[in-house]
Ligand binder design. Structure first.
Ligand code: HEC
Length: 87
């Protein structure tokens, strides 16, 4: 469909970053991108109020962990996938 790429770009500008998701076929490749957003269950370990017992366990197992203090809906990165459609 002509111009469909432009339509997708417009919707991306309107959506909050954390909800971003795009799938396209480009140059013989399937491409996928999905934002990684902090959801409620993630906050148990990445939030601002981590149970002291759990915080101690994370400190013990992952002494270099700095991924804390986030709020719900915050953007943490993105998963990307590129897959060739040619055999
Ligand atoms: C049970 C605890 C726990 C939960 C629940 C959890 N995480 Fe994590 N996460 C960790 C730990 C610990 C690390 C650090 C691992 C390391 O240093 O190797 C980590 C690392 C990460 C990282 C890479 C580090 C960074 O800041 O870039 C991302 C991204 C991430 N988590 C996202 C999520 C998301 C999204 C969710 C919810 C869908 C989630 N996590 C739920 C414990 C958790």
């Amino acid at each position: 469909m002509p111009g469909s790429g432009r339509c997708l770009n417009v919707s991306v500008n309107v959506l909050p970053l954390a909800g971003m998701h795009q799938a396209d076929v480009l140059g013989g490749e399937q491409r996928l991108m999905t934002a990684i957003a902090m959801a409620q269950p993630c906050l148990a370990c990445h939030g601002r109020a981590i149970e002291p017992e759990l915080a101690a366990l994370i400190d013990q197992r992952y002494p270099d962990d700095q991924a804390r203090g986030f709020g719900e809906g915050e953007l943490r990165g993105a998963f990307t996938l590129r897959r060739s459609l040619e055999h």
